[in-house]
Design a protein around this ligand. Structure first.
Ligand SMILES: C[S@@+](CC[C@H](N)C(=O)[O-])C[C@H]1O[C@@H](n2cnc3c(N)ncnc32)[C@H](O)[C@@H]1O
Length: 297
């Protein structure tokens, strides 16, 4: 077991560079250890488990590494923050780097720590596609990591989320990268509502990121389910694209296969769009649960 852990960590060593210090070090079944995940965030470790248990040998090995380590139980209540397991406590937010872009991480902010590492390659692609004079709309934006990637390339960004605390976090992420949040737009509220509003206002975007939670409820209680409503979401967003613009449609819904997802998308966009699927980052070796489809008009 410990040999598998060590192999997994050693295999990822080359992904850790001066520009990127947050990666998945071990990915469950993909590394021969189902139910166990280990990630590093600028040298602070987060171990995640399903099944509520952490094997004593793993616990001991983690303690022996001398690094700060927190434990997240994936089947626990979604609001729980990870608990301290070993090494020095991390009681303040801190910064990680991904391809030279900083993000604020917190081990005290509940179930999610501020960035989803599985979107690293998609963020790099957004940054590559964006340029000064182009506009990005980032819906379901969470802490704005896609927005900061686009703004780092000089684009003007609009960051949209239901949660004001997450929008505030996104603004801090701009500031951490010496980008002025006042030069960008932040919208609080439901994505569907804003997409319709932007259409009425005649606003358009060169790129739109759609990466919703599997299930959500807007302020008025209306339910969104990826399996049923992603097509409608993509259709509304496609209407806001400039000619040659793109949509990133992404979902981590495990009940929705890639073929079904692509079929749902094909059926709904107002005009024909080319579709390209992008794989998960190479440190994610377990089930490829994240489906990312780039639609281009
Ligand atoms: C899984 S996170 C999205 C991750 C994000 N795309 C990223 O890559 O960092 C879900 C986010 O969607 C937001 N959200 C949920 N329902 C929403 C809705 N109807 N409209 C806008 N934002 C919503 C939540 O507040 C949360 O920040």
């Amino acid at each position: 077991m410990i040999q598998l852990l060590q192999n997994a960590v050693a295999k990822r060593a080359r992904l850790l560079t001066p520009e990127t210090n947050a990666v998945r070090l071990l990915d469950g079944g993909g590394d021969g250890l189902p139910g166990l995940i280990l990630e590093t965030y600028a040298g602070r470790w987060l171990v995640s488990t399903t099944g509520g248990q952490l094997a004593p040998q793993v616990r001991e090995w983690l303690r022996d590494q001398g690094v700060s380590c927190y434990w997240k139980r994936l089947d626990q209540h979604q609001k729980e923050s990870p608990s301290h397991l070993a090494g020095p406590e991390v009681s303040e937010p801190f910064l990680i780097l991904e391809n030279g872009v900083a993000s604020e991480i917190s081990f005290q902010s509940g179930y999610s720590q501020g960035i989803f590492l599985d979107q690293r390659d998609n963020r790099a692609e957004v940054r590559r596609l964006m340029a000064p004079g182009l506009r990005l709309l980032n819906t379901f934006a969470y802490t704005g990591a896609f927005s900061v990637a686009a703004a780092s390339a000089g684009a003007e960004t609009t960051t949209l989320d239901l949660s004001q605390p997450y929008l505030d976090w996104a603004k801090r992420n701009f500031t951490h990268n010496k980008l002025d949040p006042a030069a960008h737009h932040f919208c609080k509220g439901d994505t569907f509502h804003w997409l319709r509003r932007f259409a009425k206002q005649g606003r358009s975007f060169d790129g739109i990121v759609l990466d919703p939670p599997t299930f959500s409820r807007d302020e008025k209680g209306k339910v969104f389910r990826v399996e049923e409503n992603f097509g409608e979401l993509a259709a509304l967003a496609a209407d806001l694209l400039t000619p040659g613009g793109w949509l990133l449609c992404s979902t981590n819904c495990r009940n929705l296969g890639l073929n079904e997802f692509q079929k749902q998308l094909r059926g709904t966009t107002p005009r024909p769009m080319s579709a390209r699927h992008s794989p998960m980052p190479e440190d994610f070796t377990d089930e490829p649960y994240l489906k990312s489809v780039w639609l281009k008009s």
